[in-house]
Design a protein around this ligand. Sequence first.
Ligand code: FMN
Length: 324
Amino acid sequence: MSRALSIGDLRLPFPFILAPMAGVSDLAHRLISRSFGVTLAFTEMISARALKYGNKRCQDMLASVDADRPLGVQLVAGDQESIFAALEVLERHRFDVIDLNAACPVSKIVRRGEGAGLLKEPQRLQQLISLLVQRSGKPVTLKIRAGWDAASINATEIARMAEDAGVAAVCVHGRTRVQGYDGTVDYGVIRKVKAAVAIPVIGSGDVFSGELAMKMFGETDCDGVAVARGSMGNPWIFREITELLCHGTVPARPGKDEVISTMKDHLNLSMGLLGETVGVLTFRKFFVWYSHGFAKVRPLRTKALQARSLEEMLGVIEELRTLP
Ligand SMILES: Cc1cc2nc3c(=O)[nH]c(=O)nc-3n(C[C@H](O)[C@H](O)[C@H](O)COP(=O)(O)O)c2cc1C
């Protein structure tokens, strides 16, 4: 079954996307995910305001390499001036899609009228989108939630408005801002958005397995699925989704050898990109996620969370072999 996905002039052979995740979808995580079948990956959300002020951490989030394409840069922004400034910075970077975050539930962000705060102000959201569409020269996508709360579900209206403003695709996380990450994803909201617009709709929420990816397609008729938490320590989910979609079969879960060798690849990437100290510190949380399927892993996790050098972290990864 062909499930190619076009976002503006960008054609993806498969509609599997690594969702933007602050603190997770860094370059190493994107490269590892791509090695298992991701066709489009997004950066962590990057504050347009912080870019404007030359924030180093945000600039670092734009780091990429040739193998990290096609790449979507996600901006979180609430005013036009910051978007102008961010676009100026982005001119010096290579990427393929620009996404505006109207989904982030974090209080600090929504208080500034950014992220999911924009769902309450569709007019301002429209101005920001229009600016991005007119000035970025890239396909613009929009990430939204179902609405602010259960009493104000407005994903369909927002998606229609975005389509009119020239957005190339919309990604809908089927939860409200108030829900955060609680409860289960509302497929019905995503299905309604899909029925209301002609641009591609990407479904987000609870894609923790190939089967749940198929459920997202089946329940919502969406054009693509974005995987977020399901990829943390589990990049094989993209292989699983691809095989299920293309061949109808579920591949075997990775064995201990594959988990360990992927962890080492991830650690080496992290270290190569960030240097030994930061690379190892950054990998600590990934160790915890990768080690989910292992029994009696707690002492090793404690060790991993204290590891400071490549040698120490590699040693703890190797020790996973000794677990039952
Ligand atoms: C740790 C974490 C960080 C996230 N950061 C972002 C972000 O920077 N931008 C964004 O649009 N969504 C972000 N999200 C939301 C995800 O992209 C996704 O829409 C949501 O987690 C639902 O998908 P899931 O059930 O597959 O996790 C984040 C989610 C998590 C768990």
